[in-house]
Design a protein around this ligand. Sequence first.
Ligand SMILES: Cc1cc2nc3c(=O)[nH]c(=O)nc-3n(C[C@H](O)[C@H](O)[C@H](O)COP(=O)(O)OP(=O)(O)OC[C@H]3O[C@@H](n4cnc5c(N)ncnc54)[C@H](O)[C@@H]3O)c2cc1C
Length: 457
Amino acid sequence: MSEPGYDIVILGAGSGGYAAALRGAQLGLSVALIDGDKVGGTCLHRGCIPTKAYLHAAETADAVRDSEQFGVNSTFGGIDMAKVGSYRDSVVARLYKGLQGLLSSRKVDVIQGWGRLVAPDTVEVDGRRITGRHVVLATGSYSRTLPGLEIEGRVITSEQALQMDWVPSRAVVLGGGVIGLEFASVWKSFGADVTIIEGLPHLANNEDEAISKQLERSFRKRGIAFKTNTRFSSVTQDDGGVHVTTEDGATVDGDVLLVAVGRGPVTEGLGYEEAGVHLDRGFVLTDEHLHTGVANIYAVGDIVPGLQLAHRGFRQGIVVAEEIAGLTPEPIIESGIPRVTFCDPEIASVGLTEKQAHEQYGDAVVTTEYNLAGNGKSSILATQGFVKLVAVKDGPIVGFHAIGARMGEQVGEGELMVNWEAYPDDLASLIHAHPTQNEAIGEAAMALAGKPLHAHN
Ligand SMILES: Cc1cc2nc3c(=O)[nH]c(=O)nc-3n(C[C@H](O)[C@H](O)[C@H](O)COP(=O)(O)OP(=O)(O)OC[C@H]3O[C@@H](n4cnc5c(N)ncnc54)[C@H](O)[C@@H]3O)c2cc1C
């Protein structure tokens, strides 16, 4: 039996789904938000938030270890994973409660249960048929593995890694992308010997090459081992640990193997194809308005091909809710989405890499790098790195790239300059507060505008 219809029925209450729910309700629409697990999804419960709590604990451990260089005597007493876990859980619990409160205060009907699309306007949950004038698919993603590589025992993904109540003394990380780099960084700070295996030429291979190379220098300095251009071949495990073999015939031993080779869309068996929704390798295809082309069905978040980031999902959710409410939101430009990898050192970027800019603009590309060695606050923090700007010759800045401790926090200005198509001169005339790492952006812009100040010509 069908229940009275909603304006929007949303399947999946992660970043994309709950943002659509909140914005839809704010615009006066009636909203049903369905999830078989907890509202907040991957990001809140097993992604962004718990990993960033670990990274903060890792930073604290390093601060204690390195405190004497700042004249603070201390003794590092080790990592208590039970306490790290309760710190992580308390942060997640507080945010989870806040989100539940927000959804209820906006009068979103949260429906608990696993749902399936049974008609273009109907989701069935435990025999209940919930209909909507519009349906938003937001079922998110899962940790992928490689063919023949079973996730079991000591071979784990980020989900199991976040549940470990012990610190490995040796960890092997398969994949030098965002998730692999963040866990490698945490475990190293927690005291493990870490080896990363990456099939592509660089760690953080999607970033500007200068950034990837700086990360590799920094990781080498931190004693994080890595093998790039190296493909995984097989793994065995026993009571002593895992034994990983790569295609070059080498082996790496560890207590665990973290498989961090990307995330696949959760779309199988959910009735999407039967409803006529087009899938490409499991991802839901949409137009720029995130409409699937079928009835009033939209899709948001990790199931839509592109960057799998929480803030992209949030924005997509908002855009879809506004579309449904009859507003005309701007479509999202994928390259304008800010990206941060929270390892130590942090990487922040938005817009085009130098290589992509050349592909788009040919020779009419100029770049500058401002080294954090010339930045007062970065010297105080004893961090290395740089800010790199990529611009069209006599034109706007099209790429912002930064690496260094805490540089993730600088991505906001990068986002504004790229998305507002700022010219180097626009930025060079803005005042950046002293002494902040933010000044490095101002200095880079001044250099690009032909008037470097704190830089040796
Ligand atoms: C370890 C890790 C760290 C990350 N760190 C960051 C970070 O620092 N910054 C960042 O921006 N992104 C990060 N991400 C990515 C981010 O978590 C995702 O991009 C984001 O969660 C995607 O949101 P979503 O709404 O598409 O899906 P999800 O958050 O995956 O939510 C989907 C929801 O749908 C529900 N669901 C699925 N199928 C059904 C069904 N049939 N019926 C009912 N409910 C269903 C699930 O229970 C889930 O709650 C990280 C991810 C991981 C794994």
